[in-house]
Design a protein around this ligand. Structure first.
Ligand code: GLN
Length: 551
């Protein structure tokens, strides 16, 4: 397979063993960052072996965050890592599930494309998988492909078979198998254990795949004798047994892997010249992360707070905002329902900033309103995202505009004042899967508004994932009471941003800015929110000191 410049595309296949959640996505993304550091163009894709067509309808508890791409795919959260670590822009072609592959094959079968032949896993499913890999290869030098789950899972077999075949299709020099395993330290024995790695490599080899590189997750550096042992048992060169040590910040992973020589090994095994890696920007970033000048605490009022993966991009975007100003951001999770209780507002004491993220359904929504109300009254920075935008709007309608019956029809279909209601384009559509306003849309900002000042532009593009919207029938009632609508879709139909003049930083957006924030280019809204929160902290300290001096 050649890219459009006529050069052979190099493929790196990343599999995982022993246990899940070892960070295959991060490992793949980090290799992508390193290869970009060598001047290559990369892209990444993920295969998920489950049967759901996409994670869009899966519970955040099951699957973590649903990442949204520019073209409106509801995708695996690892695509977020790919975009944060590299310049690739992912799309629906960058995430395939078993369900989506089969859907494709079944459609072809129904159309008669297979000309009456028996349709089978090999070759029809595996060909579909290989076509998906080729489809994203045209503009890049490298494709890094991650297979979800662990080898040995029954579900991942067709994907493993496809990548096994792929080496035969494009040649040994153009493919590399990287396997991520766990090397646990057993405290009672005082030893690092290689047996799980041996077993998982054996599983991989039983599928016909001999790994070229092993990334070993550990909490300490692997001594040479352990590397030697792993190399011997797994038939991998000793230099290709790489320590993937736990690090405090995920953004250190590329540099940690580079320190182990991983980038040079990738180049060597793929028959590419030994080039110099340019990672200055990452090195500077890590320096900033490790040397903050101050810290702030943001209270995030959400529904799935006990499961951090549910808000992956949001966490990262908040940290990025901190990187911009060299501030350490501490996130304090507040369960929305806890705010609803008597005296619950106390949970927001000490907040330098308050953020209400996206969510669905009725549970906890009064707590979201409470958070917006507290931020409004205490003049603490408030950042509402999607559901946080909708409930800030309802709160304002109820408590400032006197519309006591204001509500969202997501929770109360017969509300007297349907301030948030179902997208008119979708009225009449009751199915849940794939019926939202999804993906990137243009938004025009009101000149002179806070949003305009932050973005420094009057036209922006942001990603969406929502079924309900601001009801423009209430625009007059709300704006007469001071609310400013500072962002709209160019056709004027959708209200995208609201803000409160007279409040130091109160801004809520219908879209999800967190999906476009990167460590090297923090999203302006997050950077500005973090800065405002820091200011709020300093002011409060100032007031306390002044009060102390007066007393
Ligand atoms: N539940 C709201 C809607 O569907 C908000 C969605 C979200 O926060 N992503 O419109």
């Amino acid at each position: 397979m050649q890219n459009k410049d006529g050069r052979p595309v190099k493929y790196i296949f990343v599999t995982g063993g022993v246990v899940s959640s070892l960070g295959k996505g991060l490992a793949a993304a980090s290799m992508g960052a390193l290869l970009e550091g060598h001047g290559y163009r990369v892209t990444l894709l993920k295969f998920d072996p489950y049967i759901n067509v996409d994670p869009g309808t899966m519970s955040p508890y099951q699957h973590g965050e649903v990442y949204v791409t520019d073209d409106g795919a509801e995708a695996d959260l690892d695509l977020g890592h790919y975009e944060r670590f590299t310049h690739t822009i992912t799309s629906r072609d960058h995430n395939w599930t078993t369900g989506k592959i089969y859907q494709q094959v079944i459609q072809k079968e129904r159309r008669g494309d297979y000309l009456g032949r028996t349709v089978q896993v090999i070759p029809h499913i595996t060909n579909e998988i290989k076509d998906a890999i080729r489809a994203i290869s045209h503009d890049v030098d490298f494709v890094l492909l991650e297979i979800g789950g662990t080898v040995g899972d029954i579900e991942s077999q067709p994907f493993l078979e496809a990548i096994r075949q792929f080496r035969q299709d494009v040649g040994r020099d153009n493919t590399l198998y990287v396997h991520l395993t766990l090397v646990p330290f057993i405290g009672t024995a005082g030893e690092l254990k290689t047996k799980p790695t041996q077993h998982s490599v054996r599983d991989l080899r039983s599928m016909g795949i001999q790994p070229d590189v092993l990334l070993c997750r550990t909490d300490r550096f692997l001594p040479q004798d352990i590397k030697k042992k792993i190399a011997l048992f797994c038939d991998v060169a000793e230099e290709a047994v790489i320590t993937a040590k736990d690090v405090p910040s995920i953004y250190e992973v590329p540099l940690v892997l580079a320190a182990e020589g991983l980038d040079q090994i990738l180049l060597k095994y793929l028959r590419l010249p030994r080039t110099e890696r340019k990672m200055q920007k990452w090195e500077e970033l890590i320096y900033r992360i490790k040397h903050p000048t101050d810290e702030i605490t943001i209270h995030v009022v959400g529904k799935y707070v006990e499961f951090e993966d549910a808000y992956k991009s949001l966490n990262e975007a908040l940290y990025h905002g901190g990187f911009e100003h060299r501030l350490k951001v501490n996130i304090r999770w507040v369960e929305t329902e806890a705010l609803e209780e008597e005296g619950g507002a106390r949970l927001l004491d000490g907040a330098d900033g308050i953020l209400v993220p996206g969510g669905f359904g009725t549970r906890g929504t009064r707590g979201m309103m409470k958070a917006a109300e507290v931020a409004r009254q205490r003049k603490a920075p408030y950042f509402g995202i999607c559901y946080g935008f909708q409930w800030a709007t309802v709160e304002y309608a109820r408590n400032v505009c006197g519309l006591s019956g204001a509500d969202s029809t997501e929770c109360n279909e017969d509300a007297p004042d349907k301030v948030i209601y179902k997208l008119r384009d979708l009225l009449g559509v009751e199915e849940l899967g794939g019926t939202m306003r999804l993906g990137s849309y243009e938004c025009e900002l009101r000149p002179g508004s806070l949003a305009h000042r932050i973005y420094g532009s009057t036209t922006i593009h942001e990603r969406h994932r929502h079924r309900y919207e601001f009801n423009c029938l209430y625009e007059k009632a709300l704006t007469e009471h001071g609310l400013v609508i500072s962002g709209r879709s160019p056709d004027g139909k959708f209200v995208e941003i609201i803000e409160l003049p007279g409040h130091p930083w109160f801004l809520a957006v219908q879209f999800h800015p967190e999906f476009k924030s990167k460590p090297l280019t923090p999203h302006p809204l997050f950077a500005s929110f973090v800065e405002a929160s820091h200011r709020h902290k300093l002011e409060r300290i100032g007031q306390r000191t002044a009060a102390g001096a007066a007393a």
